[in-house]
Ligand binder design. Sequence first.
Ligand code: CP
Length: 330
Amino acid sequence: MNFLSTGQFELHDLNRLLESAAKYKNGHAARPLEGKSVALVFFNPSLRTRASMQVGIYELGGNAVILEPGSTSWTLEYREGAVMDGNKTEHLKEFVRVLERYVSAIGVRTFAELKNWEAERTDPILNVFSRYASVPVINLESAMHHPCQAMADMMTIHEKLGDQKKKVLLTWAWHPKPLPMAVPNSFALAAAQFGHDLRIAHPRGYELDEELIREAKHFAAANGGTVEITHDLEQAYEGVEVVYAKSWGGKDFYGNSDGDIAHRLQLREQWIVDQRKMNLTNSAIFMHCLPVRRNVIVTDEVIDSPQSMVIDEAENRLHIQKAILTELLK
Ligand code: CP
């Protein structure tokens, strides 16, 4: 079994992960990875994912093997039938099948390159890992999904506000350059699966993937929640109990980063999360996956306030990933 998106699991499976994560957070000291190694393949930089996975694997009794293609391991090709006469030294077909002779699971981080939306929305690199691996593959953030982050987010909401459904705002925020959509995609999907009333606010031109929104609406309807999309910033904050901020790039601008940067410049001041907007909420908690640019995405006043849960949210990555590893490798 892989862990690629929360969408592949039923709500009761996700709830079981939250229960297991809470036990780990409360001191449960099981070592289900005793004698096992887990590979963590990072095509992109990381603080939280890398440190929390490495520490989590160690605390579960296992050993983490960290590989950085193009840096501490060979550059990798993933395209089927590629003539490898360029700068790629090894094909993922060999990389994955060799690696799984050594390890019991493979975690992969591979961001969107923001070049070709139609290709990247299919998660091509992650798919090659899952196609050739016979051990579990864990998505540590792909072009489309960041399920470990989304589960830590759901754990944080549950822990801070209880297990009843909440009014949750996912708001776009300005950032100097376009960023991938994996975090907002996975947050939207998971919030819908947990039956929250989800409001997504973004400027026109920054729509999330249509199929993903359809999937989120389907999950929300099945679990007693709703999904609403708004471009009205004032209305967006009204009455919500959670404000989740994230910047992302417009899919119509994939391959045209300069166009996105020029377009978003006019949005710079409007979309920051500040205290005035937080005052429109129902005493909402503030969440962000981190890293965050202070006074660009969110003001110091909000992120340093008692309503800010960003550090607990980051801590919960450790506990939920222990629960995921335990489930996959039991
Ligand atoms: N939120 C998150 O995934 O952080 P890193 O990019 O530092 O791993």
